[in-house]
Design a protein around this ligand. Sequence first.
Ligand code: NAD
Ligand code: ZN
Ligand code: ZN
Length: 340
Amino acid sequence: MKAAVVRAFGEPLVIEERPDPEPGPGQVRIRVEASGLCHTDIHAAQGDWPVKPNPPFVPGHEGVGLVEKLGEGVTHLTVGQRVAVPWLGRACGRCEHCLSGWETLCEQQINTGYGCDGGYAEKMLAWADFAQLVPDGITPFEAAPLTCAGVTTYKALKVADVKPAQLVAISGVGGLGHLAVQYAKIAGATVAAIDVTDDKLELAAELGADLVIDAREENVGEVLKKHGGAHAAIALAVNESAFSAVNSGLRRGGKLVMVALPAHGTVQVPIFDTVLNGTSVIGSIVGTRQDLAEVFQLHAAGRTKVIHETRPLAAVNESIDAVLQGQVKARIVFDLGAGR
Ligand code: NAD
Ligand code: ZN
Ligand code: ZN
């Protein structure tokens, strides 16, 4: 099988021929149909974060495909079922986080495409208990972006506890942001979408944003304040200054939810304003299996649109460049079926 492999940080990925992986106990092997390119995969390939993966590794945590082989002890999946393999590759199931509905905070978790090989491959392994069944009616190319971009932003809006009639700022309308705009609308909010490219601002308006803010020309904080200030701001732009900008546009009691993970990122939060205005800064990491099930349910019900373009895995390096240059409308999804 073919896989796109990070051999060394900061170097182009290499397409390798590898033997099909053998599922261990509790695992399944999946014939991958579609695999989304999340900006996190770029951070992984560049070694951007304090906790790094170990090259060589196969990135990708939006892999969707058909179960092809069951490992020992797997009884609830059958060969031929379509599943999605998210960032939360597995968690321990026993710690306080797992037991309290916060499996995404499990210290024993293994992350797909980071701590183990991921979806940039024709075949991949998954822990059966964490492989999410994809409902009928959702194509693999739609399911892929929902598997990280969808669940992450859906969860971020839950964390922000968004209510109807609130103003929600979505900072960065990329892979994550284009879904965040839609979930904020579903929650009933008035949505302000912020980006630095015309195409993305247009897309945000098409997807229902009530207000678009061009961060190249406008002062984000001032515009949001003019509208009363945001009850919640979801920071999805891979840019530190975008975090501060949107934080300055919160209304009293507002919440900044940090989701994007720029390399070596730090943000200065003014203490005086934070205290006097009673604002919060909250981190939010992906979502649980239940969150992903809800994301799929909403999509199957026709309530979200996944904007994507498909490319062959062989185009992986050009695709990464395109994301970095802001040239992708929302999400690139690799078509792993093309070469079969
Ligand atoms: P992306 O590249 O598709 O989107 C980023 C968007 O931000 C682009 O539309 C870009 O034009 C816009 N942008 C850049 N500078 C901006 C600025 N100054 N103001 C406003 N917008 C600006 O990336 P993505 O795949 O959506 O991922 C976004 C980030 O989220 C990455 O850092 C990724 O690692 C992180 N992420 C976090 C989680 C989590 O669980 N916390 C999950 C997935 C991804
Ligand atoms: Zn991701
Ligand atoms: Zn745990």
